[in-house]
Design a protein around this ligand. Structure first.
Ligand code: TMP
Ligand code: MG
Length: 290
């Protein structure tokens, strides 16, 4: 059915369930289907040649527009809070207030740097960001079949949109909900727009009764892509969800987190820097193969 599911990186607790959902997604056709995806470390790469790739926040942090002191403070925050973010032994309830703390402190530091809207494109161009292998086929396929792609990100919206624009994949079927910057009349960053989205509040409550929420809730067959346990709630707003296939990228602390990921995600991809499996599933579901 989907040869890519034989890849060594693929782990499924219940392969029969996965097959049933994929068959149902194909049978029900494109009208009811949507893809809901995280951005950082899901559509973007986690690492390359043994080095970590930047998140949308890191793209700003590592850029020349940030002072040395600011960069050091942002790095200190990352080193303190990231292990908490991925700690399998803490509950989401425990992590939530700490994530709000991290995002608030990081955004406050970025606000001190007088970042210009007009600098974003260059900051992204000069960065080491990398998207996963197969990202063009992924975006193009969804665009061709008019399948909405809803990117729900706790990263920085302006930055990740620019990454997608420069990769020439920001097609009209893509909607992004993320932390967007608010610039003053001179084009200087003055605040981040509300609501604050962090790793563990990606759900319908944070979306409220917005147009994006309406869009999200109208398609009941879902392929959900994430790399964090917090990403699993991205489809909560779809109350009448029928067939949901969740795919989780397990990038870091693989041995410690394997059990929880296999229990929570239908398909777990361990240390897989490609979108091959997702593209294989979409090919089959959209009828591009066979
Ligand atoms: P997401 O991938 O769930 O949307 O979350 C964004 C990622 O950004 C999350 O894994 C933590 C990371 N992050 C940074 O790298 N630097 C920061 O300053 C903040 C607040 C988050
Ligand atoms: Mg992520």
């Amino acid at each position: 059915m989907v040869p890519e599911l034989e890849k060594a990186t693929v782990h499924m607790k219940n392969p029969e369930h996965v097959k049933r959902v994929i068959s149902a997604l194909r049978k029900e056709g494109t009208d009811k289907l949507q893809v809901i995806s995280d951005f950082d470390m899901t559509l973007s790469r986690f690492g390359f040649n043994g080095r970590r790739c930047p998140t949308s926040h890191n793209i700003l942090d590592n850029s020349r527009v940030i002072s040395e002191e600011g960069r050091k403070k942002l790095k200190d925050l990352l080193h303190y809070y990231y292990p908490i973010e991925i700690d399998p032994n803490r509950t989401m309830e425990e992590k939530c207030p700490l994530m709000v703390e991290w995002w608030t402190k990081a955004h406050d530091l970025l606000l001190q740097q007088k970042i210009l809207k007009s600098d974003i494109a260059k900051i992204v161009r000069d960065s080491e960001v990398m998207l996963r292998d197969g990202v063009n086929a992924f975006f193009d396929q969804l665009h061709q079949h008019d399948i909405p792609l809803f990117i729900f990100s706790a990263g920085v919206g302006d930055v990740l949109e620019e990454v997608l624009r420069q990769a020439e994949v920001l097609h009209p079927n893509v909607t992004v909900v993320s932390n967007y910057m608010d610039f003053d009349d001179q084009g200087v960053l003055r605040q981040f727009k509300a609501p604050l989205i962090h790793t563990y509040n990606k759900n319908n409550r944070v979306l409220g009764k917005t147009e994006q929420f309406q869009q999200l809730s109208s398609r009941t067959n879902i392929v959900l892509l994430g790399d964090s346990m917090g990403d699993l709630s991205m489809a909560d707003g779809v109350t009448d969800a029928e067939n949901v296939l969740t795919v989780g990228f397990l990038n870091d602390k693989v041995d410690e987190r394997r059990g929880k990921y296999r229990d929570a995600y239908d398909i777990v991809l361990e240390k897989d820097e490609t979108l091959d499996v997702v593209n294989g599933i979409l090919c089959y579901v959209l009828g591009d193969l066979n």
